[in-house]
Ligand binder design. Sequence first.
Ligand SMILES: Nc1nc2c(c(=O)[nH]1)N[C@H]1C(S)=C(S)[C@@H](COP(=O)(O)OP(=O)(O)OC[C@H]3O[C@@H](n4cnc5c(=O)[nH]c(N)nc54)[C@H](O)[C@@H]3O)O[C@H]1N2
Ligand SMILES: Nc1nc2c(c(=O)[nH]1)N[C@H]1C(S)=C(S)[C@@H](COP(=O)(O)OP(=O)(O)OC[C@H]3O[C@@H](n4cnc5c(=O)[nH]c(N)nc54)[C@H](O)[C@@H]3O)O[C@H]1N2
Ligand code: SF4
Ligand SMILES: [Mo]
Length: 679
Amino acid sequence: MTAFVNQLNGIFPSVCPLDCPDQCGLLLHKEDGKIIKIEGDPNHPVTQGNICNKVRNMKERIYDKNRLKYPMKRIGAKGEGKFEQISWEEAINTITSHWKKLIQTDGPESILPYSFYGNMGNLTAEGMDRRFFHRLGASQLNRTICQSAGTTGYKYTMGGNIGIDPEDTIHSKLIIFWGINAVSTNMHQITLAQKARKNGAKIIVIDVHKNQTGRMADWFIPILPGTDGALALGLMHILFADNMVDEGFLQKYTVGHNELREHVMQYDPKSVSEITGIPVEDIYKLARMYGETTPSYIRIGNGLQHHDNGGMSTRTIACLPALTGQWLVKGGGAIKSNSGFLAYNEDSLQRPDLLENKQTRVINMNEIGRTLLELESPIKSMYVYSSNPAVVAPDGNKVREGLGREDLFLVVHDLFMTETAKYADILLPSTSSFENTDFYASYWHHYMQIQQPVIETYGESKSNVEVFRLLAKSMGFIEDAFNETEAEMISHALDNPANPSIADINYEALLEKQYVKANVKPLLPGRFPTPSGKIELFSEKMKHDGYSPLPTYTPIVEDNKFPFLFVPAPNHNFLNSTFSNIEKHQSLEKDPRIHMNVKDAEAAGIEDGETVRVWNQRGECELKVSIGDNVLPGVIVSQGLWANIPGTKQLVNSLTPDRLSDMGGGATFFSGRVAVNKL
Ligand SMILES: Nc1nc2c(c(=O)[nH]1)N[C@H]1C(S)=C(S)[C@@H](COP(=O)(O)OP(=O)(O)OC[C@H]3O[C@@H](n4cnc5c(=O)[nH]c(N)nc54)[C@H](O)[C@@H]3O)O[C@H]1N2
Ligand SMILES: Nc1nc2c(c(=O)[nH]1)N[C@H]1C(S)=C(S)[C@@H](COP(=O)(O)OP(=O)(O)OC[C@H]3O[C@@H](n4cnc5c(=O)[nH]c(N)nc54)[C@H](O)[C@@H]3O)O[C@H]1N2
Ligand code: SF4
Ligand SMILES: [Mo]
């Protein structure tokens, strides 16, 4: 136990563990050993003491009466949620004896880990777990549910997850929030944008939904879902045609500008207007603002990449700053993700060398439903941690049917009885991040942070690291990798000669300072981590990988004949499905709804506030309707991944496709279609 745990009263430094770019510095106020208040750390250089509503209310979650206290085994039917208490010893032995047998009869690939970033701590999310499953030889999971399409696309243009320092965006004069609901999902970028606005910057939001972010914009541009690549190409068309490009920059720092200039002639504003639903005048106006304002900054969001064409859309938008030479100006450029600057030594943390069979199969997590139901040599056991696939994964009815398979030995490790946990054979209680030691790296700002345990472990709960240590021991794994302490794991992970930006970040420095900024050199002048070392407007590598080497627009897949495009996005008070089970957060959010254009509602005779049936070939939901002009005709938007309260039908992923996006095996949550009817 650390000093912090032993002190019953006081204020202790911490970091927000949630999957959110801001990664706020926190202060935890303790009284009698319990957290009584969570506030932002005013000294954190980027987040400066402001935190969101979700986390200000997080103590409700930490001490919620429904938090899991001890290991349990299932005594009811799968999905029913009936369990009885067992000891850790019994839990671990049940799991490993089952697995030892399975390895004999079916081989280790019949076991599948399934996890995501419910806690962003690196030891928790991708540390001891990876070591364990590598050593076990389990099927590998390709963790593609969030950002892999866009990451792949952005990389083709820029070479890596690298953008500008968000702290520089106070100097921007034009800020475009493109497919990002930043008021809810990146609030400190909004604070920085507001500072820039005081200095004369204009804020543009391009989105399919005029939500809280669209409402704060100087100019909101509604666009049809999945057509952003076409808009970016139309802008390029005008930038080249009207000589608003920076020729010197293009010559010196890019590859393929002549080919691109030629190629974008086909994307004339009239055609682009027909594709995107944006009037021709507005496309010209946007191109002029972008071409004539410097520094300009594009914040590229996840809304773009959860589509069939998400990789190419992101690759295309990533080309824009190069056309006007923005990467040379402080506050100019783009951010999609900045995780490249904080890259630590993954091999040392995750130990892929422990995986003996390098041909071990890889399962794409976006296809988990069909994987559980249709695989020829089936998954016989799944171990779910830090994720809630029954609610968050696409084509949810298939997922839940798969989880309900009688012959699937399912282990779930979580803080709560999630929808997924209800299907478990063995259910393990997890600590919260405030009970662990871990290190955190933001994928937006340039700081690493540390968490030391502040409160005692809740009930008998254990951290992911601790559980995998126990499982390794029980499996008879004797490698040193399973005996390392958290401190050793952090020290080794931060030793990464391949990334000089973090040379000064180590365990001791983090302990002393709580957050340490990476030493990031300006992108220019310098080499980009692309094959050519330049920004690749034309990419040989794409050609080699079977894509068009130049940015192109391909419409999203014709999902079916239903009349509405359906965009089930996140909401303000939950973090994916986290908090969706907490009364406080539910009441802040009120109820799950869909937003529908007034013209569509009139045509269908649907009234505001009515509960309607939203359905397609995959499933159905019953949701309240909000009628207005904040979505275009033909588009339905919902917000939030709600838990399934008995008597409701509100699992929106029952409706989403499990097709994979054009690149990176990404998810296509926002490219599905639905019908909407009166009940
Ligand atoms: N409050 C809150 N914060 C969160 C999360 C949360 O659930 N709640 N989730 C966290 C996680 S894991 C992530 S990945 C990020 C995601 O955060 P964001 O990057 O903001 O991504 P989304 O919220 O998925 O979608 C952003 C916006 O894209 C819009 N959109 C959908 N399709 C299109 C399109 O085709 N074109 C355009 N231009 N816009 C489109 C949606 O209407 C939405 O407003 O947020 C993180 N932060
Ligand atoms: N329709 C639709 N679906 C989506 C999205 C969308 O925009 N629309 N967004 C997608 C995106 S971007 C993402 S990232 C995924 C996210 O999907 P998930 O990664 O499943 O995220 P959460 O729903 O937050 O679930 C995280 C779970 O981890 C648990 N947890 C937290 N800390 C720990 C820990 O230390 N140990 C263990 N064992 N468990 C822990 C939490 O209690 C929670 O149940 O959802 C995707 N699904
Ligand atoms: S969820 Fe995001 S904004 Fe909220 S406290 Fe955590 S890092 Fe900060
Ligand atoms: Mo995500």
